[in-house]
Write a protein that binds this ligand. Structure first.
Ligand SMILES: C[S@@+](CC[C@H](N)C(=O)[O-])C[C@H]1O[C@@H](n2cnc3c(N)ncnc32)[C@H](O)[C@@H]1O
Length: 266
């Protein structure tokens, strides 16, 4: 038991250090998907005066997209436990003269949000870092009566189909935090909540090998932070070899990324 606790503590520390280090360059190494933003807006029936919380918001790249597509009556609470991420977010949004937001440093498992104060909770690429039952129960407490939760994530099987899952050694084994759909579904049922809709997004990606190597070296997925230095170096060499063996044009490596959006109603 204490060994497991120590491992959890170590992973939490690795993740905290990872997100603190990557905060200032996060937007330059990650790919932003705007399709789920438009989909969520549509699902909210174009409502106005929406009070949203973006949990595990990081540097706010998704919060910013919501701020751009809703009118001035929209307000967003940006929640993350990493202070560097929130500092980057504030700098980005203040530079763009955006004022209808606040940052709340806090834990997804004990949300720093008032009871029944929020219309919609979104979380992008972060659910696998949370204690899902606690996050759902806290979301339920924070949401108004007809509130909604949107969880955007890559599932374990979707991760396995990515360029990393297919060609980067041990990537799927290392990334054992992601969920499959039925696991999330069972957490949602146990929380006495209902899945209102589910949508799969598929993106055709193309990148150069140089860019992929740059992303991996910069830990654009936190998975890479779980490799030791030596193992990472060896795996990166094998990755490059695998790509060279499977693609003719190293400027145009193509693959399909899949992500899932789950809409939950209480
Ligand atoms: C992969 S990043 C995603 C950031 C952002 N949603 C995006 O897609 O650009 C995950 C974020 O979740 C945050 N995070 C992880 N566990 C958390 C927790 N228990 N409570 C609050 N934030 C957490 C990390 O600090 C990090 O900023």
């Amino acid at each position: 038991m204490s060994k497991i606790k120590n491992e959890i503590k170590l992973t939490s520390k690795i993740m905290h250090d990872h997100f603190s280090t990557i905060a200032s360059k996060y937007q330059s190494v990650r790919t932003l998907d705007t399709e789920p933003i438009l989909h969520i807006k549509h699902r909210l029936d174009e409502k106005t005066n929406i009070n949203m919380a973006d949990v595990g918001c990081g540097d706010g790249r998704y919060s910013l997209e919501f701020l751009k597509i809703f009118d001035d009556s929209f307000y967003i609470h940006c929640v993350d436990y990493n202070e560097n991420m929130l500092k980057s977010l504030e700098t980005n949004l203040v530079e763009q003269n955006i004022t209808n937001f606040c940052t709340r440093q806090g834990d997804a498992n004990k949300l720093p949000l008032d009871t029944k104060s929020i219309d919609c909770i979104v979380t992008f690429n972060a659910i696998h870092h949370f204690d899902v039952p606690k996050f759902l129960s806290e979301s339920l407490r924070s949401l108004n009566d007809d509130g909604r939760i949107f969880i955007y994530t890559r599932l374990r099987n979707q991760n396995a189909q990515s360029v990393w899952g297919k060609y980067f050694p041990l990537f799927t084994e290392m990334e054992n935090r992601l969920y499959e759909f039925n696991e999330l579904e069972s957490h949602i049922k146990n929380a006495d909540m209902k899945i209102h809709s589910t949508k799969t997004f598929e993106y055709s990606r193309t990148s150069s090998l140089d860019r992929l190597v740059h992303q991996a070296k910069n830990n654009h997925y936190s998975t890479f932070a779980l490799y030791g230095e030596k193992l990472f170096g060896e795996s990166l060499d094998t990755f490059q070899q695998n790509i060279e063996n499977n693609f003719d044009d190293l400027e145009k490596i193509s693959w399909t990324d899949g992500n899932t959006l789950i809409e939950i109603k209480n």
